[in-house]
Design a protein around this ligand. Structure first.
Ligand SMILES: [Zn+2]
Length: 319
């Protein structure tokens, strides 16, 4: 099975690692940088024909934008003259930003409508901002930390130790039985009718494969074999890296929900999936998610048309 290109994993942005440690060069870039305004949750965007794109500012437009507190995001590989920084804006309307051209949206709200470049910038920006806001103090000595190297690390003011953005690996697995049905689960916290593939965080000292076997046994009571890697996708809500696999269930008759995290599990054939979507009794995960791409990959497997349309059906985000 092949996944379509994953929105959050197709960047076109060169993170330019060498520039991060060259403060003189970074300051020079700042003079002509394109700044992305973020208020801690939402990005400032412009909307044309109902399609949003990130609104890009110069530092002159934004009184609160300071080089010292901005995070360097990288350079557009296709347009090397375009370089981007994230700047934190205390509140959405503190600078009179609410006007006819600029609106504020979360990455979830903009979803798959953003261009690949913008979605990659927004994902990097969101993940980085999440990490900075939660790591204001040194885990070794408790002193304050400050952003350094263009925002790519934080450094302790006391013991000078460096701290790197944290990413939490999580596995996500599409499981099938011998009749090529897939098993989807439903979490209690999800909107009604929403089902998805099984996912879970990798624990310390665990391999991806061990994690897959443990999670599927815990959540759905099944044992799996033939585990194959499909792809990966950053998921900055707040700091995950989703690592996608497919696997074959050896004991489909044992499938049952754990009753705590997963309240319901169901088998789907391609026909039943389509008819339930049409009937409104099944909602799929968001279009930009790897889970959606996995379900679509299975649904369209073996079809010759490379430009096949996505599965119909409304998407749902968890609240
Ligand atoms: Zn310290």
């Amino acid at each position: 099975m092949k996944l379509r290109t994953l929105p959050l994993a197709d960047s076109g942005i060169d993170r330019s690692d060498a520039l991060r440690s060259d403060e003189v060069a970074l300051k020079e870039l700042w003079q002509s940088a394109k700044l992305i305004a973020f208020d801690g949750e939402r990005f400032r965007v412009t909307v044309e024909n109902e399609v949003p794109s990130l609104l890009l500012h110069s530092f002159i437009d934004l009184p609160s934008a300071q080089f010292e507190s901005a995070y360097f995001l990288g350079i557009d590989s296709n347009n090397p003259g375009d370089h981007f920084f994230l700047t934190l804006t205390p509140t959405a309307d503190s600078e009179g930003f609410i006007d006819e051209t600029g609106r504020w949206f979360t990455l979830r709200e903009m979803g798959a409508q953003l261009s690949p470049r913008d979605i990659a910038l927004a994902a990097h920006a969101l993940g980085l901002a999440n990490w900075h806001s939660r790591h204001t103090h040194c885990p070794q000595c408790g002193a304050k930390t400050l952003s350094a190297l263009g925002g790519s690390i934080r450094r302790c003011v006391k013991d000078k130790s460096d701290h790197y953005p944290r990413t939490d690996p999580a596995i996500i697995t599409l499981v099938r039985d011998k009749d090529d049905r897939i098993l989807l689960g439903r979490q209690k916290v999800w909107p009604e009718h929403r089902f998805s593939t099984f996912a879970g965080f990798v624990e310390t000292g665990e391999s991806f494969e061990q994690c897959i076997r443990r999670e599927l046994f815990e959540e759905a009571g099944v044992e799996v074999t033939d585990i194959h890697y499909l792809g990966s996708q950053p998921w900055p809500f707040p700091a995950s890296l989703m690592v996608a696999f497919e696997a074959r269930i050896t004991n489909p008759e044992s499938a049952r929900p754990d009753g705590t995290e997963i309240e319901e599990i169901r088998w789907f054939t391609r026909d039943s999936l389509k008819s339930e979507i049409d009937a409104g009794t099944l909602l799929l995960p968001p279009l930009i998610s790897v889970a959606r791409a996995m379900i679509e990959g299975w649904y369209h497997e073996g079809e010759s048309n490379q430009d096949r349309p996505p599965l119909p059906g409304r998407e749902t985000w968890r609240p």
